[in-house]
Design a protein around this ligand. Structure first.
Ligand SMILES: CSC[C@@H](O)[C@@H](O)C(=O)COP(=O)(O)O
Ligand SMILES: [Zn+2]
Length: 260
């Protein structure tokens, strides 16, 4: 019975909202002298990615999962100035915040990072506003495909253990952007189910989401994929095919003509 003495069954009672945990009482979650603590790694990598032009102007974000705890960069933060105390910590099972920073709101990327944890059992997710990803999303329609480039070998096959070979084709799906980033949650889930082997999703005119078993794998995938995206844009500029074929690509000034 519920507390109002009515006949509602207890299992239909909405759980009482847990009081938000203040930053003061939960600083231990993000305070460590260990450079490999997730809070310190997120700060380090956000700063590094800023210098690569991947997360400038507050765009993009990084999240790391450590056991049941999910560490998230906050919304609207200048990534190169971010500190461990700016981070959110979320309990994966209960979806309750274990820690909220004093000033920042949760990132709009949060539901998209949760997609990676829920659907792929990822250990970390990276979102960048890479210009190469944006350019590729304008040059390819539904998929980015590239083959016969050495750097492909840094990307996992996905369908079985091991990495792609030089002659394999790396395929990354592209979805359309929406007005509010959190509304990408369902389209991203759908494309992740349609491409069960991919470690990344490109969002047209926006950027890219990349995940991995842990943050260091995700970092490698992000660097390797961005290298391939940037290279593909240059290759297309010279009319060179990205599928490994030797012939020139048909050049067309109509931006509606996409590669296949
Ligand atoms: C430059 S604003 C970019 C945001 O709308 C969003 O795309 C993004 O990547 C970061 O969202 P945020 O809520 O600031 O973590
Ligand atoms: Zn974004």
């Amino acid at each position: 019975m519920c507390s109002c003495q009515c006949t509602h069954s207890a299992d239909k009672i909405t759980p009482k909202a847990i009081e938000p945990v203040t930053a003061d009482s939960s600083d231990a979650l993000i305070t460590s002298t260990d450079a490999l603590h997730p809070a310190n790694v997120i700060v380090e990598l956000c700063s590094l990615f800023y210098t690569n032009n991947w997360v400038t102007g507050t765009g993009g974000g990084i999240s790391i999962k450590d056991g049941n705890k999910i560490y998230l960069a906050p919304s609207g933060v200048q990534k190169e100035r971010m500190k461990p105390e700016d981070l959110f910590v979320l309990d994966h099972q209960t979806r309750e915040y274990l820690r909220v920073p004093k000033v920042f709101k949760p990132s709009a990327c949060t539901p998209l990072f949760m997609n990676c944890y829920d659907l792929r059992n990822a250990g970390a997710c990276i979102h960048t506003h890479s210009q190469a990803a944006v350019m590729v999303s304008l040059l390819y329609e539904n998929e980015f495909r590239i083959s016969n480039i050495e750097q492909i070998k840094a990307i996992p096959k996905g369908f079985e253990p091991g990495y792609l070979s030089f002659f394999d084709t790396l395929t990354i799906p592209i979805i359309d952007n929406v007005a509010h980033e959190q509304d990408l949650e369902i389209p991203m889930q759908e494309i992740m189910k349609k491409y069960p082997h991919t470690v990344a999703v490109i969002v047209r005119r926006h950027g890219i989401f990349i995940w991995g078993e842990n943050i260091w794998k995700a970092k490698i995938y992000n660097e390797a994929i961005d290298y391939l995206l940037e290279l593909a844009v240059k290759m297309k500029g010279f009319g060179i095919r990205t599928d490994g074929g030797l012939g020139s690509e048909k050049r067309d000034v109509d931006p509606k003509i996409y590669d296949h």
